[in-house]
Each structure stands twice: as structure tokens, then as C-alpha cells.
Design a protein around this ligand. Structure first.
Ligand code: MV4
Length: 501
């Protein structure tokens, strides 16, 4: 079959650039990577068919510079641009500039990006599509007096949110009337600094919510379908750590209702391509539209493993004008998938980034295990970008088997040289509440009393000296020091407690 495009430029880096290169290769499409000074030897550059240098390490001087991306596409003769997630992926002006330059933007129309970028416009679109929204304002707030009246009508506590924000930036919980004025002042100045716009709006506060999102696909021929939900409640400060498909909370009826609501929103704004509709779900299992992400999501692989679809290939085909070729009733969900995000962060130091060189790497494999990684052993994780090393995704016939498989895979995972989130992920897989599916967006902060597992420093040093002496005796004095590397592996296995349970 004829490939949808001859050549695609990938305006991103790291694991998602690698993921998109893989889809291109399977479709017979040539790939062009872009890279900053900090990414000269990055995996996505090594894997692409061609690569274009952008500029200095800061994203504002490389991955975010529209002119540079467009020049790279022109210089290499790319026909289309895939933005991945983050960076320029939800920038309506970028989508427009691509189209004006004769490039196909692999994403939704600029107008749909613009509507969903304004959270009050997104709420209005949801209401127009009869999608339940959290009770609150449909327009940005006016004066402080207006805000106070609305807040009293809604009833405290309320959430104050930046209209141009999203993903947790610029939101504030207001518990009572007397706190509203100062919260408004702070929210407006924060919003101005972060988004260049001081518009804010109010919503009633939903206590103990779960974060459940619906994956949608829409082609340019009027077919819109949903691929079910992802449960994303295990997060820390709006950074997700674990996602699963399906959600332990959602039954067939609820999935159908949420899916139909998501499809109505998509149709209401003329959305085309892949997208995600986020919902908050309260303790009575009522769902409310929160916001829509107009891009491929980090956690898309769990949906892929359960539906059998390749979302990046679907995105590329849709952008090329192809029809989906199947309908809602053809979508089948089989088994359970879980994703764990492996970040170069120290979970025992408040998740502080831990960039640097990966001195040793052993990635898990075996049945139904997928590792979407952006690195290799010896690679350096720059300080300039998101410190995501990889996403470990497993599939099992049911949730219990998926959890057991994830525990097994995490036990195999070894990363030397940088701190990672692997130890907390192992703890969560063994947590009785997680295993029972008792999740909420507060799960992690309540559980983060975690301590480094009995890392008795003195005992570890003694063990290290003993191991060095033993290796020295075994090898004799003529052996090169590098032969000792083996013991570092063994030590790391012991240090991190690789045995499950
Ligand atoms: C809320 C909420 C409770 N009530 N809105 C945080 C991220 C942003 N997208 C919306 N967020 C929330 N909005 C109302 N009316 C609680 C959150 C929230 C949250 C949402 C999703 C995932 C994790 C979260 C963690 C804390 C708060």
C-alpha cells in the first residue's frame, strides 16, 4: 500500500520522537529528527533517517522556535510535521504556520486547538454539546464583586482557574468568602506571568476526584469514535506517574456514556485527529468535563495495548485525509494495560530531577512488556527538558495479572548513574489500596512518606569494600579495572531489592 506521506519531520525529542519514528518506519515513511546542542547524541537523532540541528539547549532557542522547525522541514523536503506532546503540540499559531508553509500538521485544525486552549471556551463548547461540566462560570470573571456573588451562589469551596491555563497551572482552592479577594489577586498575577492573560473563572470544588480521560479519534470524513478511558489518578503535583486502561471504576455503561459525551464535544468543535477529553469523577461516580488535550498523550500506549490500534499510525493516516475505515462497534477492549513513568528524579528528595549520564541500563523484556524509551546505556539526560527516561507498559488478561507483570518488569529494570522513580513504582504495585483499585488524585501525596529502603550507609560501604577485595583477589593484579563492572550490577540489584514481594 502507498505510504500516506514520503517524509515526516518530528518536532520533538526523547521517547515520543522515537515512538513516532517507529510508526514512520513501519509505514514506509522517511523520518526527520530535530535536535538542540544538548541532544547531539540523543536516541531520536540516532534513529531517524535524517536530523537537523536547531540551536542552543534551552527549548525557547530550539524546540520552540517555529521558524527553525519550518526551515528544517523545508530543507529536508518533509511533507508533514508531527509535534508529539509538549513543546509546540498545542500551539494554534504553529499549526497555522505549518499549513501556510504547505506542510500537513499531524494534529487537529488550529481553530479546535484555539477553542480548547481557552478553558472557558472549552466549557461553553461542552455545554453546547450537552456534556456535563463542573458547575461554574461559562465566561471569565469580571469584578471582584461579581466573583464573590458567583462563588456564594456555587457554594464554597470553589476552584479558581486561569482561563488560558490547564494541566494544573494557575489553579487555586478557595475555602471561604474572606479568602476570595486575595486568591483572585494572586491567581490573576500568576496567570499574567505564566500565560500573558489574567482571565480567571470559577468552578465548584469536587472533593476526592478521580481523573479519567477518554481517547477519541475523528477522521476528516465525519467519523468520530472513542477508544475508552484511561485512569490517571496516580499523579503528583499534576505529573502523572501511573496510568491504566481500563479504569477499575468504569463499567461498560459508564464507558459508553463518557465516550458518547466525549464524541459530542469533538463533533461540536469540528475536531479531527486524535484527542483526549479529561473528566473529573466524583465519589458518586458522576463525571464532569474538565478540559480537552488536543494532542497525542504521554499515556497513549495503554489504550494501544487494550484496543490493538496504533494511535500514531492512525494520526498519520487521518492527517493524510484517509477515512478511519471502522466504526464504534468495531472497537473491542481486551484485557488490562498499565503504564509506569520512569523519570530521572529522586523520589526520596521530593522528586528532584536527577540528570546525568546513564552508566548502566538493563531494560525489562519478556511476554507482554513494552519499554518506550528515549535513552540508551551511556546516554546523558540533559537538565534542560522533562526528565522522562522511559515508559514501561505491560498488558495482562486482567488487572491482577497486569500488576504482577508490572512488578516483575520493574524488578528487572536497572538504571545506574541517575536516580529514578523505579523504587516508588515498585512500592505502589505492592500497595493494598492500589491493588484493590482504591485510587484518587490524593493517593500519592498521602502515601509519600516513603523512605529509601533501609539504605544503611555504613553497611553498604562495608559491602562495597568487601566486594572490591573479592573481585581483586579473583581477577589478579593484571586484569583491567573495567572487569570489575560486573560487581556494580550485582550491588545495584541488592541495593534496589530486585526480588518482588
Ligand atoms: C478541579 C479539582 C476539583 N474540583 N476542579 C487539576 C489540574 C487541572 N487540569 C484541574 N485540576 C483539578 N480541578 C474542580 N472543580 C481538582 C483538580 C485536581 C486534579 C485533577 C486531575 C488530576 C489530578 C488533580 C490533582 C489535584 C487537583
Amino acid at each position: 500500500m502507498k505510504p500516506p506521506f514520503r517524509k515526516i519531520l518530528i518536532a520533538n525529542r526523547g521517547e515520543i520522537a522515537v515512538r513516532i519514528i517507529r510508526a514512520c518506519r513501519e509505514l514506509g515513511i522517511a523520518s526527520v529528527a530535530v535536535f538542540s546542542e544538548a541532544d547531539r547524541e540523543a536516541l531520536h537523532v540516532l534513529m531517524a533517517d535524517e536530523a537537523c540541528f536547531l540551536g542552543p539547549p534551552p527549548a525557547a532557542e530550539s524546540y520552540l522556535v517555529i521558524e527553525k522547525i519550518l526551515s528544517a522541514a523545508k530543507a529536508t523536503g518533509a511533507e508533514a510535521v508531527h509535534p508529539g506532546y509538549g513543546f509546540l503540540s498545542e500551539n494554534a499559531a504553529f499549526a497555522e504556520r505549518c499549513r501556510a508553509a504547505g506542510l500537513v500538521f499531524i494534529g487537529p485544525p488550529a481553530e479546535a486547538i484555539r477553542i480548547m486552549g481557552d478553558k472557558t471556551a472549552a466549557r461553553r463548547a461542552a455545554m453546547a454539546g450537552k456534556v456535563p461540566v463542573v458547575p461554574g462560570t461559562a465566561e471569565p470573571l469580571g469584578s471582584d464583586a461579581d466573583a464573590a456573588r458567583v462563588a456564594r451562589e456555587l457554594g464554597y469551596p470553589v476552584m479558581l482557574k486561569a482561563a488560558m491555563g490547564g494541566g494544573g497551572k494557575g489553579i487555586r482552592l478557595v475555602r471561604e468568602d474572606k479568602d476570595l479577594a486575595s486568591a483572585l489577586r494572586m491567581a490573576r498575577s500568576e496567570a499574567t506571568r505564566a500565560f500573558g492573560d489574567d482571565s480567571v473563572y470559577l468552578e465548584k470544588y469536587v472533593a476526592e476526584p478521580r481523573h479519567i480521560e477518554i481517547q477519541v479519534l475523528a477522521d476528516g470524513h465525519g467519523t468520530t469514535i472513542h477508544l475508552g478511558e484511561r485512569e490517571c489518578s496516580i499523579q503528583r503535583r499534576h505529573q502523572k506517574l501511573i496510568e491504566e486502561c481500563p479504569s477499575p471504576l468504569v463499567d461498560d455503561r459508564m464507558r459508553a456514556r463518557m465516550g458518547e459525551a466525549a464524541c459530542r464535544l469533538v463533533s461540536a468543535v469540528g475536531y479531527v485527529n486524535a484527542g483526549t477529553v479529561e473528566f473529573l469523577v466524583d465519589e458518586q461516580k458522576q463525571f464532569y468535563f474538565l478540559e480537552m488535550n488536543t494532542r497525542l498523550q504521554v499515556e497513549h500506549p495503554v489504550t494501544e495495548l487494550v484496543t490493538g490500534l496504533d494511535l500514531v499510525k492512525e494520526q498519520i493516516r487521518i492527517a493524510a485525509g484517509e477515512a478511519l475505515g471502522y466504526t464504534q462497534k468495531d472497537v473491542r477492549w481486551r484485557g488490562w494495560a498499565i503504564e509506569c513513568r520512569i523519570y530521572a528524579e529522586d523520589p526520596y528528595r521530593n522528586f528532584m530531577p536527577s540528570p546525568g549520564q546513564i552508566r548502566g541500563l538493563r531494560t525489562p523484556a519478556g511476554p507482554w512488556v513494552r519499554d518506550d524509551s528515549g535513552v540508551y546505556g551511556g546516554a546523558t539526560i540533559p537538565i534542560f527538558y522533562d526528565p522522562l527516561i522511559s515508559k514501561l507498559i505491560v498488558w495482562g488478561p486482567d488487572r491482577g495479572e497486569a500488576i504482577a507483570r508490572m512488578s516483575r518488569a520493574l524488578a528487572e529494570y536497572k538504571v545506574l548513574g541517575v536516580r529514578t522513580t523505579i523504587p516508588v513504582l515498585r512500592q505502589i504495585m505492592a500497595d493494598p489500596d492500589f491493588v484493590a483499585g482504591r485510587l484518587s488524585t490524593h493517593f500519592l501525596e498521602r502515601r509519600m512518606t516513603a523512605e529509601r529502603p533501609a539504605a544503611d550507609d555504613r553497611r553498604q560501604k562495608v559491602a562495597l569494600i568487601a566486594a572490591v577485595l573479592a573481585a581483586y583477589e579473583r581477577l589478579g593484579t593484571t586484569a583491567p579495572l573495567s572487569s570489575c563492572r560486573q560487581s556494580e550490577w550485582k550491588l545495584s540489584a541488592r541495593r534496589e531489592g530486585s526480588r518482588p514481594g
